[in-house]
Design a binder for this molecule. Sequence first.
Ligand SMILES: C[S@@+](CC[C@H](N)C(=O)[O-])C[C@H]1O[C@@H](n2cnc3c(N)ncnc32)[C@H](O)[C@@H]1O
Length: 310
Amino acid sequence: MNEFHNPVLLSESVSALKIKKDGVYVDVTFGGGGHSKEILKKLNKNGKLIVFDQDKQAILENKILDERIIVMNTNFRYLKNCLTSISINKIDGIIADLGVSSFQINTKRGFSFNSDLELDMRMNQSSSLSALEVLNEYDKENLSRILKEHADFNNSKKLAERIVSYRRKKDIQNSNDILNIFEGCFYVPKKNQFFARIFQAIRIEVNDELNALKDLLKASLNLLNPSGRLVVISYHSIEDRIVKTFMKYGHFEAFVKKDFFGNQFHPFTLINKKPILPSSEEMNSNNRSRSAKMRVAEVNKLSNMQFDDV
Ligand SMILES: C[S@@+](CC[C@H](N)C(=O)[O-])C[C@H]1O[C@@H](n2cnc3c(N)ncnc32)[C@H](O)[C@@H]1O
């Protein structure tokens, strides 16, 4: 048990990478380094591991002294440029364990509705947009959009109206304000799920998580070698939908692309038709793993279509 973060689906995800001893791998969500340490165990001295995390504290607190590791304290949406900057053009596998770490939830950044903290929610502490700006400055339409697009709320307009009318009387500052805003809006036995979705919508907006994920997936197509593996663990249905569609079609809409000559674009083979879930033992011992879904895809030999077209 790692106090910083207990890695989810650890052995399943690392074995899904099908690691070649001398291969080049990227862990785009380093966090407490749980997955990275396991990958390093499988590499020989010629193997390489490049890790990304946009949270400086995660990088500083979990240093791994190993010559085979290269650390990038930045958003994984810049994967391609960062790898180019260190002269790496092709890699053998990517692992992404999305979302926030337990450490981040326990910091005083207001990620959780169970503690009355100022609403910040930035994974990257030097980025400019915080939850306070989203909640106090976004107009009603924008608030409704994020509640709909980031948390599937069908009544997003009404919920956005609540936020706007509350803040006419008082600035929104902390988690308690959120609880007060939505008093009486939820079916009581589902209170926790309701607030988890509200917080999810705000957090995704603050960290631009869905666009970053799409940028990462697009970059993976050009970077992964044939037979390279893409392993993604997601924690809510919106992320999972994006990953599932991308692995199936190589882009973000559910249809098969064809080029001028009618060649179909099938960049990946899905290794498992259904997502892999944690065992019941893991779910019981690590609450955070309960919503995890892992998808694995392997890159096919290059098709006639240019991946740049995606
Ligand atoms: C669930 S934790 C990963 C835990 C890690 N696999 C482990 O075993 O300790 C997710 C981590 O990814 C980072 N992260 C999330 N989105 C990111 C992004 N777009 N770019 C870079 N880091 C990101 C977060 O800051 C967090 O530290």
